[in-house]
Design a protein around this ligand. Structure first.
Ligand code: GDP
Length: 447
């Protein structure tokens, strides 16, 4: 009458010449992770969650710091603001939650785990430098995730600032300012002087209103881990962004292979709190171990249940579970997936040694679109295939094609871990031919 772990069950079954499958476990976990439908009438407006993206040195950190220092009142006695991975600012239009880590790496890796953390991306472009490679990368990441982009043209205090040039350059990426007939919001700002920052925050609130962001606060909380570490005095500490429901001190939680009872919650102002509603980032104490960033947090009915969920994750292995439940697209399997109706878009990332090749490939690929499947180049660029390219591919179910470029070692590892189909070519014609053949189910198998 005692429970067996999977290995033991397998061993015993083997003595009877039987194979044991883990299917049910996966089902249970999948079922738990699934987003359940909610009644519209239970939903109320929640604050937007915003991240800041852009090229290195364009002022992401400065902007986050400026917003924080000018809009977070440390107010209460000894209220030292704490860096917990996110913070909330109060504006005249309500609250806004900012993810405190600039860049898209964190946000892409969360998306790879199937969790969307962000509603709005602020794309920072320095007015004296204009559009740079990481600007383009950020745009493509945000677009692939379907996130609203607001452009902040930064460093307008500088003599060499040229706002018009930035607007002009971004047209190519379908970010057209409203006064030029487009629909993208552009805010000239200075993270140094603070100029334009209130207007930027107003625009974030306005965009959030249009997006009608809502959540039900009266249910068991669900959220996502933004960061986590082992603290010498306090044990495992995780910053969780509550996405729906309300998290309470004393709640039993399961986060991947970690579980526990929320012993204490600390907000971004360093204050102990008892409850945290939708879009609130909180540090939680009381977990059995340090969870991974991007992991989903679920509140369970009891500590026992939370532990059993965590044990299921451990028993089966998170990575294994992910790789088995996640269908990553491959050229070899493309035709079958098209036939099954599970692929309507073929997303491709193109990297090449020269810009000319990127453009040539893009144009030829897009022409391959037919009634069944649309071919889309979601990102193109010059240079080696990077880990960031692989992450984008994994998050967007895309394949990567390289021309006369090689993957960086980290990219190669990530591609095999995430099962991203990565193909290298010397001749453009060969790539086009392969993809065309794959779409028709006539690709020669790779040996
Ligand atoms: P990040 O790499 O995008 O996070 O950029 P940082 O915030 O670290 O800023 C890079 C450099 O640009 C730093 O030296 C900042 O002081 C400077 N910087 C950032 N914002 C502004 C601004 O609005 N005006 C001016 N003049 N300099 C800025």
């Amino acid at each position: 009458n005692s429970e067996l772990d999977f290995e033991k069950a397998e061993e015993i079954a083997m003595e009877f010449d039987r194979l044991v499958e883990m299917e049910e476990q996966v089902d249970v976990i999948e079922e738990l992770l699934k987003e359940e439908e909610e009644d519209e009438t239970d939903m109320i407006v929640r604050p937007p969650v915003v991240c800041v993206m852009g090229h290195v040195d364009h002022g992401k950190t400065s902007l986050l710091d400026k917003i924080r220092s000018s809009h977070v009142t440390t107010g209460e006695a000894g209220g030292i603001t704490q860096h917990i991975g996110a913070y909330v600012v109060e504006t005249s239009n309500g609250k806004i939650t900012f993810l405190d880590t600039p860049g898209h790496e964190a946000f892409t890796s969360m998306r790879m785990r199937g969790a969307q953390s962000t509603d709005i991306a602020i794309l920072v472009v320095a007015a004296d430098d204009g559009v740079m490679p990481q600007t383009i990368e950020a745009i493509n990441h945000a677009k692939a995730a379907g996130i609203e982009i607001i452009v902040a043209i930064n460093k307008i205090d500088k003599e060499s600032a040229n706002i018009e040039r930035v607007k002009q350059e971004l047209i190519e990426y379908e970010l057209v300012p409203e006064d030029w007939g487009g629909s993208t919001i552009f805010c000239p700002v200075s993270a140094h002087t603070g100029e334009g920052i209130d207007e930027l925050l107003d625009m974030v609130s306005l965009t959030a209103e249009v997006l009608e962001l809502k959540a039900n606060p009266n249910r068991k909380a669900r959220g996502i881990v933004l960061e986590a570490q082992l603290d010498k005095g306090r044990g495992p500490v995780a910053t969780v962004l509550v996405q729906k429901g309300t998290l309470h001190v004393g709640d039993a939680v399961a986060i991947g292979s970690a579980h526990g009872k929320v012993r204490a919650m600390i907000n971004d102002k360093g204050k102990r709190i008892k409850t945290a509603g939708p879009s609130t980032p909180v540090e939680i104490l009381g977990l059995s171990e340090v969870p991974n960033a991007g992991e989903v947090m679920m509140v369970m009915d009891s500590e026992k249940e939370a532990r059993s969920v965590a044990e299921k994750f451990i028993a089966y292995g998170r990575e294994k579970m992910l790789s088995e439940t996640k269908q990553q697209l491959s050229l070899d399997d493309l035709f079958n997936q098209i036939q099954a109706g599970s692929v309507k878009e073929l997303n491709i990332i193109v990297k090449a040694d020269v810009q000319g090749s990127v453009e040539a490939v893009k144009q030829s690929l897009v022409k391959l679109s037919n009634d069944e499947v649309a071919v889309k180049v979601i990102h193109g660029g010059v240079g080696a295939i990077t880990e960031s390219d692989v992450n984008l591919a994994a998050a967007s179910n895309a394949i990567i094609i390289g021309f006369n470029v090689r993957p960086e070692p980290a990219a190669k590892d990530a591609a095999s871990a995430e099962k991203v189909d990565l193909r290298l070519y010397r001749v453009i014609y060969n790539a086009i031919e392969d993809i065309e053949a794959a779409m028709k189910g006539m690709l020669d198998p790779e040996f």
